[in-house]
Design a protein around this ligand. Sequence first.
Ligand code: UDP
Ligand code: MG
Length: 139
Amino acid sequence: MATNRTFTMLKPDATAAGNTGKIIDRMIDAGFAIKAMKWTQLSKTQAEAFYSVHAERPFYGELVEYMTSGPVVAMILEKDDAVASFRELIGATNPAEAAPGTIRADFAESISANAVHGSDSDDNALIEGRFYFSEREEA
Ligand code: UDP
Ligand code: MG
């Protein structure tokens, strides 16, 4: 069954640059409601587990190193058609290809340091949300 929730993380480049508030404002302005939120930092083991789907990709080691380099902000967000709507708001993985006005076009530094994560399916939104939050932590 399709759900109306997605999962996002503000990545270390976004927290380091002081863009946390600006990016969260974009999400709220786009109609997303915050259902859970946490400022934290991933260990190597945790980052490897979160991105295990990419374990065979050439950028996996660099991605894990980058994602452990500073704080992240994990959030569960709610909106109709949340997963697709949020992917549209953040733009393409590579900021050079992200549509004007998207979060990645405006805040990402590079294809790896690209400001935000967005779940790619309802199933992964649930799995990724549960990686950070228990059921009782969701509003
Ligand atoms: N990534 C990277 N190099 C690449 C592709 C991806 O460093 O060539 C990183 C980037 O941070 C991206 C993450 O790996 O956000 C996960 O990749 P995915 O293809 O799932 O992109 P996304 O779903 O985040 O747009
Ligand atoms: Mg992805």
